[in-house]
Design a protein around this ligand. Sequence first.
Ligand SMILES: N[C@@H](CCC(=O)N[C@@H](CS)C(=O)NCC(=O)O)C(=O)O
Length: 207
Amino acid sequence: MLKIWGRSNSINVQKVLWCCAELDLPFERIDAGMKFGINNTPEYKRMNPNGLVPTIDDDGFILWESHAIVRYLARKHGFGTLCPSDARAGADADRWMDWYATTVWVNLQPVFWNLIRVAPEQRNLKLVEESARKVEAAMATLDAHLATQSFVTGETFTMGDIPLGCAIVRWLNLPLAREPRPHIDAYYQRLQTRPAYRQWVNVLPLT
Ligand SMILES: N[C@@H](CCC(=O)N[C@@H](CS)C(=O)NCC(=O)O)C(=O)O
């Protein structure tokens, strides 16, 4: 059976768990990372030299990097659905996954980390403010994109929605002032109709 190492409140692990649940794929999850440890042991680092979660073992095939894992599982078990079979639609899904990494999470991560994981007296509020401004700019782009379609690549849910769906729940539930983004709000509502999203990603309060 597919094995997944990673604590379930990690955004990168959640992408993989959500993907598996969308694909109805059975898996065994081993808690690892932060308070659970394991990820810095020599045994773990032989699988994943970064010492980060998630890592998967699919019948002897070891893979790390959450987007590579999502793409692999979607291609293997959801080709034509979660992983678009058309080259252009696939590139479109890849584009939004990459955009999440280069433009959204790189700025949302310091906001999330400071407001949720750092003690109030130790928060870097200047960094939070600067980063949140950059996230707003990205959210304006996403909101405009979602004005004319239900999901990031069109009218059907694909792997392209997985990283952004994980980011959205965090962004919308952080204790922050945000610009109104009606199309992102509607997207978030749409994602919440998916049992796999409710089970693994839309888990509140944020931790
Ligand atoms: N680019 C990697 C990043 C992995 C990563 O940063 N994982 C974090 C959790 S979200 C981690 O392992 N942190 C150390 C820990 O949890 O102990 C991916 O997408 O898989």
